[in-house]
Design a binder for this molecule. Structure first.
Ligand code: PLP
Ligand code: COI
Length: 338
């Protein structure tokens, strides 16, 4: 293996030694198997290919100063995958099996967990797909669950530096009673066109409004939204956004810091009153927002005067990272030491 430049990793794919898989057939999940191939042998009529019957997860492992590897809140990801399975009619994977396979994937690829000093981490990507052949629009009878891991750096290449985001009213990501609350591939396909357009215009991400009324803030393509004002952490409540585990953690940490926490519908106009704003997620961690432009309305909201993250975002970011890397005690049992 060539030496890895740990401090300059991007959020990309790199081959590691093993992935782990198990299969659902005849109403039962098989035992986990270790695999070295990066490929899947798939029937051309598999439901995941034609009808989007697939869900995925994203979580991270971190190497601490003590050399130990810590995985952040994996039980939450296991439960959210089960929710996605119910959402698109797939066989549910037991939580214990999910956890066992995450641990196996991390242990078998332990030398790919970046060193503490690099600030990088090991991204863990579980994937569940419908594999049996079907041409009618029906759920599959058979499923494959697999986990691969890959070392990553920041999702937004600017890292913790605030970046501009954009509201594009001509695109929606997810419908109110659709699949927005599930982590299924179709939502991400729906965000590609607007996302690429935003990147071409120099924005780091699209901030979607609610699709029904176009009045409320939903979330970014790959992360939830939060705003800070008057010592309050405010984050949208919506039927079409993913329940972010990072956001849930930040709400707890904000409360611990003596802040008020509000999870409620957030009108776009309210952006004008926020002192700070950010996107949060496993990949994004906290990505502070510099400015949000609502293009068709010709409006802009500014959150940083000096191009730096605000004090609350900064504090939350360091607190979260300190728990993830094991620098601070894990008061809530969020961390699994491998
Ligand atoms: N929203 C969307 C659409 C996402 O893809 C993600 C990433 O997982 C998040 C929010 C953040 O969720 P989490 O903090 O659980 O990673
Ligand atoms: C994550 O944060 O884990 C995500 O899945 C976001 C993105 C890479 C799709």
């Amino acid at each position: 293996m060539d030496a890895i430049d740990w401090s300059n990793l991007s959020f990309g794919y790199m081959k590691t030694d093993y992935n782990v898989r198990c299969y659902y057939r005849d109403g039962k999940w098989s035992d986990p198997e270790l695999e070295t191939s990066e490929y899947i042998n798939l029937h051309m009529a598999a439901t995941c290919l034609h009808y989007g019957q697939e869900a995925f997860e994203g979580l991270k492992a971190f190497r601490g100063k003590d050399g130990k590897i810590r995985i952040f809140r994996m039980r939450e990801n296991a439960l959210r995958l089960q929710s996605s399975c119910r959402g698109i009619m797939m066989a549910e994977l037991p939580v214990e099996r999910f956890e066992e396979m995450v641990l196996l994937a991390v242990k078998k690829n332990a030398h790919f967990v970046p060193p503490y000093e690099s600030g990088a981490s090991l991204y863990i990507r579980p994937l569940l797909i419908g594999t049996s052949a079907q041409v009618g629009v029906k759920p599959a009878k058979e499923y494959t669950f697999l986990i691969f891991v890959t070392p990553v750096g920041p999702y937004f290449k600017e890292g913790f530096k605030p970046t501009p985001m954009v509201i594009m009213r001509e695109y929606d990501r997810a419908a109110p009673l659709g699949t927005g609350t599930y982590k299924v591939g179709g939502n991400y396909a729906a965000s590609l066109r607007s996302g690429e357009k935003a990147h071409e215009m120099g924005y780091s991400a699209v901030l979607y409004l609610d699709a029904r009324e176009k009045k409320y803030i939903d979330e970014c393509g790959p992360a939830n939204f939060f705003g800070i004002k008057d010592n309050t952490y405010i984050t949208p409540k919506s039927e079409s956004i993913l329940p972010s585990i990072t956001n849930k953690s930040l709400m707890q940490l904000a409360e611990d810091m003596g802040m008020k926490v509000e999870r409620r519908p957030v009108l776009e106009e309210e952006l004008a009153t926020f002192e700070e704003a950010g996107a949060c997620g496993t990949a994004a961690v906290i990505s502070p927002i510099l400015r949000i432009d609502d293009l068709s309305e010709n409006r802009s909201y500014h959150f940083s005067k000096d191009g730096k993250a605000g004090p609350v975002s900064e504090k939350l970011y360091h607190k979260l990272r300190a728990i993830q890397y094991g620098d601070e005690p894990d008061k809530y049992g969020w961390v699994t030491v491998v």
